[in-house]
Design a protein around this ligand. Structure first.
Ligand SMILES: NC(=O)C1=CN([C@@H]2O[C@H](COP(=O)(O)OP(=O)(O)OC[C@H]3O[C@@H](n4cnc5c(N)ncnc54)[C@H](O)[C@@H]3O)[C@@H](O)[C@H]2O)C=CC1
Ligand SMILES: O=C(O)C(=O)COP(=O)(O)O
Length: 598
């Protein structure tokens, strides 16, 4: 499972982390054998996303979810189904949960993320609209938000058509009338749909399916969507028009855009005034896209003849709401996604996304993180590791007191820039740069935010190389400007701390420090020594480490010229004691040295 190697991309969304961490391989089930970092001091809760079989994550399901999805979750985690929690109860429970699954009825506010104290790693929205989740807060807390964007499309479209036809023929009103003992055939004369113009506002997944079905009913369908491609509309015989044209010419308007700051109350007094008198409105999107007071006025004035609403600004709406009670309004309690089939589908879609995210996979339906195709991930895997390690090395070379503000990353590749997605690499370099010097955990979700918050400006440059673009990258270089280094040789001729690395046979290597070429595999830790190049140095340093049973995994010497200054890079499996490091420093030919943890 390629994606499990990316556990650290989504790992550790805790805001606080222990000061020092060890890395080792944790044997999990055969499908998972991933590098996991655990805190040196035992702490609860666990800080990484991948869980051993005996350390099951806990998933809070806060709204009803289909059985198949629940079973999927139970195969991987402890599942706590607690419905109808008050905001306070949710905040209390969340500190014990690694993931939360909700539908539209639960507000996942900033307080929820704050109350989780860093344990919450994934919020799964079992449906499309994520307007009930505070995305900015999720991102700041490094919490991934995933949704289930496809499984309820048809259900929502069918409900839109159900409301459209029911409204046109007064089905709900006539039903209520007959049940109250009346027989009012003249009162409930409806209007026909055939030949009428329907304006679909928001030509996305649901809007498109509504348009298709309305065409089947013989309606003339137009659509407004600033972001939809005209050819997709044309392919099903729908004309894309401007907002004013849509609302000004339609006999029926059906709303299918998300609730965002720019769509909030988009149907307001001003826009109702532009509509054809007697227009009929269907809303299965979000209540907030309509100014509900303005709609009541438009209904009373006869501008809007009828409305059929599945969604409301406040859900459930107040019982005495003029809108709900209006005789020309048909309402349903947010039932758009509520079919057996859609709920089963949504439950499976969200369960797979949440479990995948908890295993460290990058979700295909991530709302607040880059979505990176699996094949790209597989190819980038060793470079992702290299990127983080270069960041860790570079920042440890900075002398105490120098703030890291300006970082330049250079990606050298024979691939065209469009063929190289660097978002993962940038996030991992940021993680490497920030984690060794702070108590903040960085992952793919919060990397850019955290860098910005700490005033780190990370610029990226691509160097296009000649040759065959077999591998995605030739080398990655990380430079930190305007800082002093605790290892002067790490400063390049142009004055920045510079480290460069490559992937060789799938293993990340450090290949340059400052102006010196080295070659040491980035595993374990590294000692860098600047020395006067002379025979016997490797033996001297090697025997100091050997006496302490520190295993040397790799050694390389990069020199300017024979018998001049050289840099010796030594890879060690264990951390040498202070005494051994001092003894290395005391070797007469050693001019400076530094121990760097990877
Ligand atoms: N009532 C219910 O139970 C359900 C409601 N929904 C809601 O339906 C809405 C649409 O869902 P999908 O089609 O799956 O989403 P989608 O993302 O596929 O489509 C939304 C479309 O709205 C467009 N849009 C954005 N701003 C716009 C604007 N200012 N004017 C016109 N169009 C704009 C987008 O370009 C996009 O094409 C969402 O708000 C969702 O929450 C979805 C499923 C069930
Ligand atoms: O998917 C959506 O956007 C919906 O509105 C469905 O909401 P629900 O999951 O039924 O609360």
């Amino acid at each position: 499972m390629a994606a499990s190697a990316y556990s650290s991309l989504l790992s550790a969304p805790s805001l606080k982390k222990p000061t020092s961490a060890l890395s080792w391989k944790l044997p999990l089930s055969p499908a998972f054998n991933v590098a996991v970092s655990l805190p040196r001091r035992a702490r609860s809760p666990p800080v990484f996303v991948v869980f051993a079989m005996d350390a099951k994550p806990t998933i809070l399901v806060a709204e009803k979810l289909g059985e198949a999805g629940l079973n999927l979750l139970k195969g991987f985690a402890n599942v706590d189904c607690s419905y109808n929690l008050s905001p306070e109860e949710l905040c209390t429970k969340i500190s014990l949960c690694d993931a939360l699954i909700v539908r539209s009825g639960t507000k996942v506010s900033r307080e929820v993320f704050e109350s989780s104290a860093g344990r919450l790693k994934v919020v799964g929205r079992a449906g499309v609209g994520i307007d009930n989740v505070d995305l900015a807060a999720a991102t700041e807390h490094g919490c991934l938000v995933v949704n289930a964007p496809t499984a309820n499309t048809v259900a929502a479209a069918e409900h839109g058509i159900a409301l459209l036809t029911a409204m046109a023929r007064n089905v709900a009103q006539a039903d209520a009338s007959i049940k109250s003992g009346k027989w009012q055939r003249n009162k409930y004369v409806g209007v026909s749909l055939v030949g009428k113009t329907l304006a679909v506002m928001g030509f996305g997944k649901v809007g498109t399916e509504v348009a298709r079905r309305a065409k089947g009913l013989g309606m003339h369908v137009i659509a407004h969507d600033p972001y939809a491609p005209a050819d997709r509309a044309r392919a099903i015989g729908v004309e894309l028009v401007s907002f004013d044209q849509a609302i000004g010419t339609a006999d029926f308007i059906s709303l299918h855009m998300p609730l965002t700051p720019s769509t909030a109350k988009i149907l307001n007094d001003e826009n109702f005034a532009k509509m054809k008198k007697g227009v009929r409105i269907v809303n299965v999107a979000r209540g907030g896209v309509i100014d509900e007071d303005a709609l009541v006025k438009a209904l009373d004035a006869g501008i809007v003849a009828q409305a059929a609403l599945d969604v409301f600004t406040v859900e459930p709406p107040p019982k005495d709401s003029k809108l709900i009670q209006h005789e020309n309004v048909t309402v349903t309690p947010h039932l758009g996604a509520s079919t057996m089939e859609a709920q089963e589908g949504v439950a499976i879609e969200i369960a797979e996304a949440v479990v995948g995210a908890l295993k460290g996979e990058l979700a295909a339906t991530a709302v607040n993180a880059p979505m990176v195709p699996a094949e790209v991930l597989t190819e980038l895997k060793p470079y992702v590791v290299l990127a983080e390690k270069l960041g860790r090395l570079a920042v440890q070379l900075v002398a105490g007191g120098s703030g890291v503000k300006s970082v330049k990353v250079t990606y050298a590749s024979a691939r065209a820039p469009d063929d190289l997605d660097t978002r993962l690499l940038r996030a991992m370099i940021t993680k490497g740069l920030i984690e060794p010097i702070s108590s903040v955990f960085v992952n793919l979700v919060n990397a850019d935010f955290t860098a910005k918050q700490r005033g780190i400006r990370l610029s990226e440059e691509r160097v296009l190389l000649d040759g065959s673009p077999e591998s995605p990258l030739e080398f990655i270089q990380v430079q930190i400007a305007n800082v002093e280094s605790r290892f002067a040789s790490a400063i390049s001729d142009s004055g920045e701390i510079k480290v460069e690395g490559r992937v060789k046979d799938g293993v990340p290597h450090l290949t340059r420090v400052g102006s010196f070429e080295v070659d040491v595999s980035l595993e374990g830790s590294i000692i860098l020594c600047r020395q006067v190049d002379q025979p016997g140095m490797i033996g001297k340093v090697g025997s100091i480490l050997g006496e302490e049973n520190v295993n040397v995994s790799f050694m390389s010497v990069g020199r300017i010229a024979p018998r001049k200054q050289a840099i010796m890079a030594i890879g060690v499996d264990e951390q040498p004691s202070k005494e051994s490091l001092k003894r290395i420093g005391d070797v007469p030919a050693v001019e400076e040295f530094v121990f760097l943890k990877l």
